[in-house]
Design a protein around this ligand. Structure first.
Ligand code: XUL
Ligand code: MN
Ligand code: MN
Length: 411
């Protein structure tokens, strides 16, 4: 094949994307509570060892393109859209007004706001630093974000304390740092109660998001479970307002079974929000698109969430690869990740109503009888029944590849 000249490359990608088929319409995509983060679409492909590969994009372009794709909700960090020195000034008001206009024009709603407490040098020692003035500033930043959230009509506020930790042991006293961090959240919840009352709106749902490492080497709240303990520790004044925003990959990063982590959050009624992506266990936060690495695990995760009637947002916290162009972010990255999510979600519905799986579950729950005081008799009574565990896993694989609908490969 001859080289493909740059002027013809977009048309080639468009032709092959179309050839993939199976895409959902924007109208169908809008039926799901899918939220598109400003930072995900605006990610320029940069990292510690990577120069950017894409040009910057502002909120107008992101909101417009999400609207075209059919992503019905938008989320942002404060500093994704307002430069740090402009926070709390008339320029913030102008930007918030501009965002409202863009959301209305393209038929989106703002679902979530979050405060950047990890990038700016002021947070070098975390938002819960030793210096009281830094902590005052953090409280102001969190409450300012809550105010922006109410102005934009958001329902959720997310907190990712990625710099709440240390590189060198012994430098910070962990119990103090955690108490100070709780004070910040308390300030945000109290401000929320007051602003919600002023505006006749419900309070926001405040969601903690854990990641086991990055950017700090050791993180004080590294997992969703650590955060559950923190919520119930007595340090929070409004624990009822605070829940979790687990991220699929962040749980894999410490080697967890994502379904089990979600189960623990569900049992505590704290699964408020879910960041969706994919990646590899015990590695870095690569934020690959949903289902590109672990489709079977993703199917199982969605079966669990459907079973428990999870109705919170699915936040596309995904980094389009740096090999994808600006055009590709909106023509390939977001539509395909959304469509894989929808496919897996609908497939999870098929799992729930699959006759083989439901009969297997029913039989397992009925058990094989036997004497409850006699281990040998119990083992014998259930021996053949327990083969169903493996059969269920096989059936899930069949559903994933469409074999349950007669799709076969000839040999
Ligand atoms: C970082 C991460 C963040 C949070 C919001 O790994 O996931 O984008 O979701 O700050
Ligand atoms: Mn991530
Ligand atoms: Mn996230």
């Amino acid at each position: 094949m001859k080289p493909v000249p740059p002027a013809k490359q977009q048309a080639l990608v468009a032709r092959l994307t179309k050839a993939c088929g199976g895409g959902y319409s924007p109208k169908q995509r809008r039926k799901y509570f899918l939220t598109g983060p400003q930072w995900a679409a605006a990610y320029e492909g940069h990292a510690l060892f990577h120069a950017p590969t894409r040009r910057p994009v502002g909120y107008e372009e992101v909101i417009r393109e999400y609207g075209k794709i059919g992503i019905g909700y938008w989320a942002t960090h404060d500093t994704d859209v307002i430069a740090t020195p402009d926070l709390g000034t008339a320029r913030q008001d102008e930007t918030v007004a501009g965002i409202k206009k863009a959301l209305k024009k393209h038929g989106l709603q703002c679902s979530m706001v979050t405060t950047e407490t990890f990038h700016h040098a002021v947070f070098a020692a975390s938002p819960a630093a030793e210096a009281p003035e830094v902590r005052e500033y953090s409280k102001w930043r969190l409450t300012n974000t809550v105010r922006i959230g109410h102005e934009l009509g958001a329902q959720f506020a997310v907190y990712w304390p990625g710099s709440l930790g240390y590189q060198v042991q012994g430098a910070v006293e962990e119990t103090n740092t955690l108490r100070w961090y709780a004070e910040g959240l308390n300030a945000a919840c109290e401000a929320d109660i007051a602003i919600a009352r002023e505006n006749g709106r419900p309070t926001l749902k405040h969601c903690l998001e854990a990641k086991p490492f990055e950017p700090a080497a050791q993180i004080l709240l590294p997992s969703s479970d650590a955060m559950l303990a923190f919520i119930f520790s007595g340090l929070l004044k409004h624990p009822d307002m605070v829940g979790l925003n687990p991220e699929y990959l962040h749980e894999l990063m410490w080697g967890a079974a994502v379904r089990a982590a979600l189960a623990r959050a569900l049992l505590c009624n704290k699964l408020f929000h879910f960041d969706i992506n994919d990646g590899y266990p015990l590695k870095h936060d690569v934020d690959i698109g949903v289902g590109l690495v672990n489709p079977l695990d993703w199917l199982n995760v969605l079966v669990m969430l459907r079973t428990h009637a999870y109705n919170g947002p699915f936040n596309l916290d995904y980094k389009p690869p740096r090999t994808t162009s600006n055009q590709g972010v909106f023509s390939v990255s977001f539509p395909t990740t959304v469509d894989r999510f929808i496919t897996l979600w609908e497939m999870a519905g098929e799992v729930s109503s699959d006759a083989v799986i439901s009969q297997a579950y029913e039989a397992l729950r009925a058990g094989g009888g036997g004497d409850p005081r006699d281990a040998a008799s119990l083992a014998e009574a259930n021996r053949e029944l327990l083969t169903l565990h493996e059969l269920i896993a096989h059936r899930l694989f069949q559903i994933l590849v469409g074999a349950h609908k007669g799709r076969i490969y000839s040999v």
